[in-house]
Design a binder for this molecule. Structure first.
Ligand code: HEC
Length: 101
């Protein structure tokens, strides 16, 4: 393969990586906050997210709980909505690391 082609490939790959990383950073915090405040906040006022009471200790479990609650409350949230709420809850309350679930 010529050097020139190589360089073009590297450039392409780089821009794919950049767009992937902005995509993978996942949910939209502000949107998640809004969704959460509309549908969930009323019930638990973020009390259940306080450290001493929480049962969630991984991003995976947090996602399970968000899915569970969105079912229970019948929010009809899609994947994107779940991701946004997850982003919001994690940034706001949990600060869990993504363990590639
Ligand atoms: C009917 C009241 C109610 C509503 C509405 C509600 N929750 Fe909850 N939630 C609770 C209670 C009570 C707990 C703690 C006990 C349990 O997990 O069953 C909890 C726990 C959780 C937890 C786990 C907290 C932890 O760290 O252990 C998450 C995450 C959560 N809720 C997310 C949501 C989301 C997202 C919504 C909106 C779709 C929602 N909840 C709506 C009552 C509610």
């Amino acid at each position: 393969m010529s050097k020139r082609v190589n360089r073009v490939l590297i450039l392409c790959f780089g821009s794919v990586l950049i767009s992937l990383s902005s995509f993978a950073s996942g949910g939209d915090f502000e949107r998640g906050k809004m969704l959460y405040e509309n549908q969930c906040q009323g019930c638990h006022e973020s009390v259940v997210h306080i450290e001493s009471r929480r049962t969630v200790d991984s991003l995976h479990k947090l996602r399970q709980q968000v899915v569970r609650w969105s079912d229970e409350v019948e929010t009809k949230w899609g994947k994107e909505d779940i991701a946004d709420v997850l982003e919001y809850l994690n940034k706001q309350h949990y600060q869990l690391e993504d363990e590639h679930t």
